[in-house]
Design a binder for this molecule. Structure first.
Ligand SMILES: NC(=O)c1ccc[n+]([C@@H]2O[C@H](COP(=O)([O-])OP(=O)(O)OC[C@H]3O[C@@H](n4cnc5c(N)ncnc54)[C@H](O)[C@@H]3O)[C@@H](O)[C@H]2O)c1
Length: 431
């Protein structure tokens, strides 16, 4: 039975910790967030993951009852009883600048608790080169041990999508490299407890670190491309969703759908993990930077679609924003396009009321029911699909909305059948 210490109990760390616990490992989860740790030990989580018909909360409670999972704040103490250390602490990005402090801090803790024979497996998404150039020296200095001789060190990218975490830990092919073959093998053995899909072993950690960042950026670029196509199609008077459907009948084309922007922790941050290294090694990333800018401009574009449908002055207008999460059926609103759409609408003078039953964050503009959000609104903007929002109750929505100008819906998800929406008396604007 492996003894695993999971640093970070967020969107990745918690379901990953429980994945090991479910398979018989003894898992201690470490997080600096005291309230999170207390909640988890009481079997409480707001995450929306599920595995084989069981919600993550039920899984958490079961693993606690079985004595296979506990959460703590003292990482160094936790490491005394564990020899397999996994790190899932990320690198936040604020105003396009990365912040290494949380990762550096956790490395000091892990280094101070490190014992001979331990494995440290990094699963955070990082600037290529970080594991060797930043993490390794801190671990060695704090522990007085030598990587590759006294302890093992490896990097494996984390590829899960929120909402599918348990399934993807098991079935998504993974990539891994260690600082030496023994580290790679030990990490492979650990990961194989959960991952049944192939685990590709790369020649060095930098390859895996870079591939992870590039995987994320490639999606960002694909979305930016189709978002740019959307603006072109709108100006030309043709429907982007129909264009995408027609283009995708080509066997070698696979366009994604456009959307109100790209949010969450992963895709918007990825470029800012590549740029620092690119600057260091003297490479320009013009295409990638332009794509990021296209996606960052989408919320403003969506806000403008709303504004141009108003028949009252923005200062008199009330807008219902439905869906705050960064993607459909998620509870994660980190860097969500919805927040930027709302900011743009508010800056233009509109009053915004937003409803998303899955997102736990509190905001002044957030209300507790669809009725509250829609009552007296001049327009609705649909940004994220979410269970618990009755989007299809169009008669009720129409009844609640202001009749000061024809009620309208800005549908960024291609959700509504235009014919149906028109028949109910709405104007419809799509991306
Ligand atoms: N969220 C995803 O879907 C996803 C997918 C693939 C990869 N990733 C990557 O995985 C990593 C983690 O992402 P996440 O979404 O789980 O982040 P998160 O913010 O949800 O979780 C990180 C946790 O680490 C804790 N923490 C911060 N500093 C700490 C410290 N010194 N010691 C202990 N705990 C500490 C925080 O309190 C938080 O609970 C990031 O690098 C991210 O880019 C995330």
């Amino acid at each position: 039975m492996k003894k695993v210490c999971m640093f970070g109990l967020g969107f990745v760390g918690l379901p990953l910790a429980l994945s090991f616990a479910m398979r018989g490992c003894q898992v201690t989860g470490v997080d600096i967030d005291e309230k999170l740790v207390a909640d988890l030990n009481q079997g409480l989580t707001h995450h929306l993951e599920a595995y084989e018909g069981k919600g993550i909360q039920e899984i958490l409670r079961h693993q606690i009852d079985q004595g296979r999972f506990q959460a703590v704040t003292d990482g160094q103490a936790a490491m005394k009883a564990c020899d397999h250390i996994i790190v899932t602490i990320g690198i936040p990005v604020e105003s396009h600048k990365h912040d290494m402090r949380p990762l550096i801090e956790v490395c000091h803790t892990v280094g101070a608790g490190l014992k001979a024979g331990d494995l440290v497996l990094i699963r955070s998404t990082v600037i290529p080169g970080t594991t060797r150039d930043l993490i390794l020296p801190i671990l060695e200095k704090e522990s007085g041990l030598q990587a590759g001789i006294d302890f093992d060190l490896a990097y494996s990218s984390e590829r899960i999508a929120e909402g599918r975490a348990f399934h993807e830990f098991e079935h998504m092919p993974a990539a891994l490299a260690g600082i030496n073959p023994a580290s790679t093998q030990k990490a492979f053995d650990l990961m194989s407890i959960v991952t049944r899909a192939p685990i590709a072993q790369a020649s060095c950690m930098e390859v895996v670190e870079a591939s992870k960042v590039m995987e994320n950026i490639s999606r960002d670029v694909d979305i930016a491309m189709v978002n740019e196509f959307a603006r072109f199609c709108k100006a030309m008077g043709i429907d982007i969703f129909e264009v995408v459907a027609v283009a995708n009948t080509h066997q070698r084309v696979n366009l994604l759908n456009p959307g109100p922007g790209v949010g969450g922790y992963c895709l918007p941050n990825a470029l800012f993990y590549l740029l620092p290294k690119a600057d260091e090694i003297g490479v320009s990333l013009n295409l990638l930077s332009a794509a990021r800018q296209v996606n960052e401009e989408m919320p403003r574009y969506v806000a403008d679609l709303v504004l141009r449908n108003l028949k009252v002055a923005p200062s008199q207008a009330q807008i219902a924003v439905l869906g705050l999460a960064m993607k459909d059926y998620s509870n994660d609103d980190r860097m969500s396009p919805a927040l930027f759409v709302i900011e743009a609408l508010q800056n233009s003078g509109c009053t915004v009321k937003s409803f998303d039953p899955a997102v736990p964050s509190r905001y002044d503009f957030k209300v507790d029911s669809l009725e509250e959000a829609v009552k007296d609104a001049h327009g609705i903007v649909l940004l994220t699909l979410q269970h618990g929002i009755d989007f299809m109750n169009l008669d009720r929505l129409m009844e609640l909305m202001s009749k000061d100008g024809q009620p309208f819906i800005v549908d960024t998800k291609n959700f509504y059948d235009p014919q149906l929406v028109w028949e109910k008396g709405f104007r419809l604007e799509r991306l």
